[in-house]
Write a protein that binds this ligand. Sequence first.
Ligand code: UDP
Ligand code: MG
Length: 305
Amino acid sequence: MLSVIIPAYNEEKMIGTAADTISGILADADIAYEIIFVDDGSKDGTWDEIVSASSRIQGVRGLHFSRNFGKEAAMFAGLSDVRGECAAVLDCDLQHPPEKLVEMYRLWEQGYEVIEGIKEDRGKESAAHRFAANRFYSLISGATGVDMSSSSDFKLLDRKVVDTLNKMPEKNVFFRALSFWVGFRRTEVKYRVQERTEGESKWSTASLIKYALNNISSFSSAPLKLIIILGLIMMAVSVVFGAISLVQKFMGQAADGFTTVNILLLFSASIIMISLGMIGFYVARIYDEIKGRPRYIISDRTDEK
Ligand code: UDP
Ligand code: MG
């Protein structure tokens, strides 16, 4: 059986369509399935839609979060609840074409354990967004050693991979990178990002920045290395400036040195601030992990556990 996990946040208009489309496609392809909607603490009628879809369509069920915990948490809640031999994750807005599930499933039958959905293009987005996304992906790609620029959360995973992911103790997880990190026999399926038909994107610029920073700090220590590089540059600069001021002092032109001192002071203060900020970020991350709180809280479900 294939378990399809669908994170949904304020998607009341999409639940019914998504459930019908996906169950239709999988039934036509003769694939046994279950569809797990994870309501990420929606404020609209998403949960009611999930409940009605689950009573209307065989194999559809839902989990309800007590509040919004984010898409990563929703995906992991789905993963820890799958009953199938493999599980796929896709977006509720059908921007990940569900027809591809069939192709992915056939590859799984051939023995692949991780089938990645790879974006052929990134769909419509602004230049600033594209620039930021590219920077983010180059950092993450550097940390994982795999090109992540066209990766997405659209994947099909074998049960073994799902179990491995479920066993990971860390609370702050980045699904997309973690599924690369675990290894296993992998292959790719290319797809085109579809237009969203109903509702709107749930990501504001602020939430995207937070998402990027969290994922960078949970996956890469590059920012910490950057501090060392900044420190080294600073040291070289100080040596040069120090030598110049000394020479000036011995030549009796010490008053000129004020500029140098000012520059040095401002420069080093800013680097110290940046560095402290970065370290603070990692300390916050450690604090989060050490508290050991659950990734999410399930307040309701359509079936019995
Ligand atoms: N989503 C979620 N929790 C959130 C934000 C989004 O579960 O806090 C879900 C959303 O319902 C959708 C998927 O994540 O199924 C992708 O969200 P969206 O379409 O808004 O993102 P975009 O396609 O613009 O990247
Ligand atoms: Mg979308």
